[in-house]
Design a protein around this ligand. Structure first.
Ligand code: FAD
Ligand code: 2HG
Ligand code: ZN
Length: 482
């Protein structure tokens, strides 16, 4: 059955016409073909409809659109690169919501190498920003698999994590100042570059990780760091899961806390990557149970980081923690190993239906979490194939599940909520979180009720009402209904 398009009310029609005039032809998209990819989320779980997509070119235009929308009661769904994993940037199916994509706001306003900052607009692609920082002999450390298409506004709105958190923190730790357009169209110019600013509430932190529910992030002052001149990388096979924690402790101390990445991958995930993803190559002859991809940064090109890594691994071999290792000998080989890490995400998609998780527990509890979650899901569904990987250095595991080989995908996905609930039980029982880095969005909104106290929920809802009294910003996302 074809769904009828939504017919806007007179007030909405008038508001849309004024928005289109304000944006001009380059700033408005409503043809179905161009819109389609922006109406489906990156996991292909949600598909929505919308009144059209506004693509403002600057902060003033965002302010004007929001002011018009506020008066007319139009709902807004903010969107960056649309790579989010929780359906936060997808409109609902009513067709009544307006998509607001920041992609045209992609200027770097300032790079200040002396103060180790850059000021950028929300629509800048993350990978481009890493390049801009590097040009200035600086590092912008946020790095994740979707960096070629996600936008910094989306990264900040979802407080993204990624592969360098163990050394540099989450997105929220990398921000000094923000510019935000509030739901009624007022602009908050908070683009301060100060390392110390203790003048009352830290308002930027309220918008970081708010997933488009409180306002539109239009620009940010980002922290930069000295650019590591050397990166020493190793892919190692470890004796067992508990070893990951011991090796992490040793790596942090031995490197003087210059450990940048510490990623866990099950050995069979490397096989799947090689099988399904063109260009991915499993470097070991054996399928080990567990592998760790680790990287240490160094300030000079004198090989000191590599020496530190080699001596760490030597002692780990002697003590039986590490049973095999590959150390790339060139930048190309290093890139291949990182490609393998990214490829395991796509490989799992190709192996059938999946249930995804993004949990965190205290780092020392990761082995226990994986063991207990494995036992729990195997009991619920014999033959299920756990595929746990991720940022073990931060206690963050993507405890993904692949369908049993002989089970129809539909039957497996029919038990999505039940499996998710059970895995979250295990994480919560270990003082963990149901969302470490992907956010809540639409897919985990109801699960939030299980892990926030009444007081916390009350504070969240009060903030929402304060900033967005008409409930127009990304409705149905992040904040569970009362
Ligand atoms: P979108 O998906 O467009 O939006 C995300 C949320 O932010 C939505 O709620 C949206 O409404 C809101 N939003 C977007 N822009 C704005 C704005 N300017 N103002 C206000 N609200 C806004 N995430 C990680 O944390 N770590 C990873 O390692 C990681 N790896 C990934 C690998 C792959 C292959 C993929 C596909 C995704 C991965 N992600 C990861 C998830 C995703 O890339 C991140 O969450 C990213 O930060 C989202 O950015 P985006 O620009 O695509 O935002
Ligand atoms: C990663 O760490 C991402 O690769 C994506 O956070 C995880 O989609 C996933 O399962
Ligand atoms: Zn991740």
């Amino acid at each position: 059955m074809t769904e009828m398009p939504y017919t806007p009310t007179d007030v909405e029609r008038d508001a849309l016409s004024r928005i289109r005039t304000c944006l001009g032809p380059k700033g408005w998209v409503d043809d179905a073909e161009t819109l389609t990819p922006w109406l489906i989320d990156s996991r292909r779980v949600y598909e929505g409809r919308c009144l059209g997509m506004a693509r403002p070119a600057n902060t003033q235009e965002v302010a004007e659109i929001l002011a018009i929308a506020y008066k007319a009661g139009l709902q807004i769904v903010p969107q960056g690169g649309n790579t989010g994993r929780v359906g936060g940037a997808t409109p609902d199916t009513t067709g009544r919501q307006l998509l607001l994509n920041l992609g045209r706001m992609n200027s770097v306003r300032d790079v200040d190498a002396a103060n180790y900052t850059m000021t950028v607009e929300a629509g800048c692609i993350l990978k481009d920003l890493q390049g801009v920082a590097e040009q200035a002999d600086r590092l912008f450390p946020l790095s994740l698999g979707a960096e070629g298409s996600c936008q910094i506004g989306g990264n900040l709105a979802s407080n993204a994590g990624g592969i360098n958190v163990v050394r540099y923190g989450n997105a929220r730790d990398l921000v000094l100042g923000l510019e935000v357009v509030l739901p009624d169209g007022r602009i908050w110019s908070g683009l301060r570059r100060l390392r110390k600013d203790n003048t009352g509430y830290d308002l930027k932190q309220i918008f970081l990780g708010s997933e488009g529910t409180l306002g539109i992030i239009t620009a940010a002052v980002l922290k930069l760091f000295p650019l590591p001149k050397e990166r020493a990388t190793a892919l190692v096979a470890i004796a067992d899961l508990d070893t990951a924690v011991t090796l992490l402790e040793r790596a942090r101390s031995a490197s003087g806390d210059a450990l940048m990445s510490f990623e866990l991958m099950p050995g069979f995930a490397l096989d799947w990557a090689e099988k399904y993803v063109e260009g991915a190559k499993q470097p070991f002859d054996t399928t080990y149970d567990w592998t760790i991809l680790m990287e240490i940064g160094g300030p000079r090109t004198d090989g000191a980081a590599r020496i530190a890594l080699e001596s760490l691994l030597e002692s780990a071999f002697e003590d039986g923690l590490v049973i095999d290792a590959v150390l790339p000998q060139s930048e190309d080989q290093r890139a291949q190993i990182w490609f393998l890490r990214e490829a395991i995400v796509e490989a799992q998609v190709r192996e059938g239906a999946q249930v995804k998780h993004d949990v965190s527990v205290p780092v020392s509890q990761v082995p226990r979490f994986i063991r207990e979650a494995n036992a729990a899901v195997e009991e619920m569904m014999p033959g299920i194939r756990p595929y746990p990987f991720g940022h073990v250095g931060d206690g963050n595991i993507h405890y993904n599940l692949s369908q049993p080989i002989d089970m129809p995908a539909r039957e497996f996905l029919g038990r999505y909520a039940e499996l998710q609930h059970r895995v979250h039980d295990v994480a919560l029982s270990l003082d963990g979180s149901i969302s470490a880095e992907h956010g809540i969005g639409r897919s985990k909104r109801d699960e939030l009720l299980r892990c926030k106290s009444a007081v916390e929920l009350d504070m969240m809802r009060s903030l929402k009402t304060l900033f967005d009294p008409k409930g127009l910003m990304n409705p149905g996302k992040t904040i569970p209904d009362a």
